[in-house]
Design a protein around this ligand. Structure first.
Ligand code: ASP
Length: 326
């Protein structure tokens, strides 16, 4: 009998540890812990891995500390374009949406696509029409905006206008004498995507990922998060994976599926496979970030090649474990 477990991330990036107040750090750790506790509760009452990751990602989307849903980053045009995906490891069914800006919880839209449509991925207006039709909560795009994110966009456009920036990377800015960022991970250089993976008591796996993308991204750009196999993947045969980082490189490496493929074809352990993708393969093309993964035996891997990653996991019956730095 498997001990069910859920693992989550809230993005990876460069740290501004020196500039970090213990209170701010605690705020992030507490948010991670309470979201893990909610996901763990779903698993503890016999809920499915799919329900556990949906609930965890919904809470991460609603939490303004993370770059998904409320608190999502801005595009170069000062708008929001949200992406999300979910996958059921038992059936390989999956659903995803990209480039939406009025669906309060993109993860719900992804799940509806998976459960009620014969398609896998909807984008833009079609995705929004699908979500409305499905009766999901629709919000004004301003719902996603926070002052902190708008300042972040203006700062990036002032200082590195050519760059589209990961949502958590600030130590470098502090070193350059620029104002210290307010997040434990530098808000301007972090990948703030959120994600969750879980295995339930039946041995079923699931993964979900949701993001605002990267600050100052070009309008219409889509990252790895909603692409099955790149940012999100789950199969009961191997593992469930959700990634965060420089999406373009994760797409080119088919990062999430690579972890599963190594396990399936080479018999690699979850830890070896996940480490190889994050610590060896992604860096060869400049890929920065990390992932969370669980396998069908309940093993957990949380590798990242940045200074930190908001992360944690919770086994049913045990206290959740959370961390930011290495
Ligand atoms: N991977 C995401 C993207 O490229 C960004 C992130 O992880 O924050 O859209």
């Amino acid at each position: 009998m498997i001990q069910p477990v859920i693992a989550i991330h809230g993005g990876a990036g460069a740290m501004s540890r020196a500039a970090m107040s213990p209170e701010k750090e605690q705020e992030y750790l507490s948010a991670l812990e309470s979201i893990l506790t909610a996901g763990q509760a779903v698993l503890a009452r016999g809920g499915s891995a799919l329900d556990a990751v949906t609930e965890a990602v919904r809470l991460l989307e609603d939490c303004p500390l993370f770059n998904a849903g409320h608190g999502a980053v801005f595009t170069s045009a000062g708008t929001h374009e949200l992406d999300a995906a979910i996958m059921d490891g038992a059936t390989l069914r999956s659903g995803a949406i990209a480039n939406v800006n009025c669906v309060r919880n993109p993860v719900f839209a992804a799940r509806k696509v998976m459960e009620t449509s014969k398609h896998v991925l909807f984008v833009g207006e079609g995705a929004e029409a699908f979500a409305k039709e499905a009766g999901l909560e629709i919000v004004d795009p301003s719902y996603f905006s926070t002052e902190a994110r708008r300042e972040q966009l203006l700062r990036v456009q002032r200082e590195t206008p050519e760059a589209a920036v990961l949502d958590h990377d600030g130590q470098a800015m502090v070193a350059r004498g620029q104002p210290a960022p307010a997040d434990p991970l530098d808000a301007d250089k972090k990948f703030g995507t959120v994600g969750a993976v879980a295995v339930d008591a039946q041995g079923n796996l699931a993964a979900a990922t949701s993001t605002g993308g990267i600050t100052n991204k070009q309008v219409g750009r889509v990252g790895d998060a909603p692409l099955i196999g790149a940012g999100t993947y789950a199969s009961n045969k191997t593992c469930a994976v959700s990634t965060t980082g420089t999406g373009e490189m994760f797409i080119r490496m088919v990062a999430a599926y690579d972890v599963a493929a190594q396990m399936e074809y080479c018999g690699a352990s979850l830890e070896t496979a996940a480490d190889r993708v994050v610590m060896e393969k992604l860096p060869t093309i400049g890929g920065k970030g990390g992932l969370v993964a669980v396998d069908a035996q309940g093993n957990v891997a949380l590798p990242f090649n940045t200074e930190g990653m908001y992360r944690g996991y919770a086994r049913v019956g045990e206290k959740p474990v959370t961390a930011i730095y290495r």
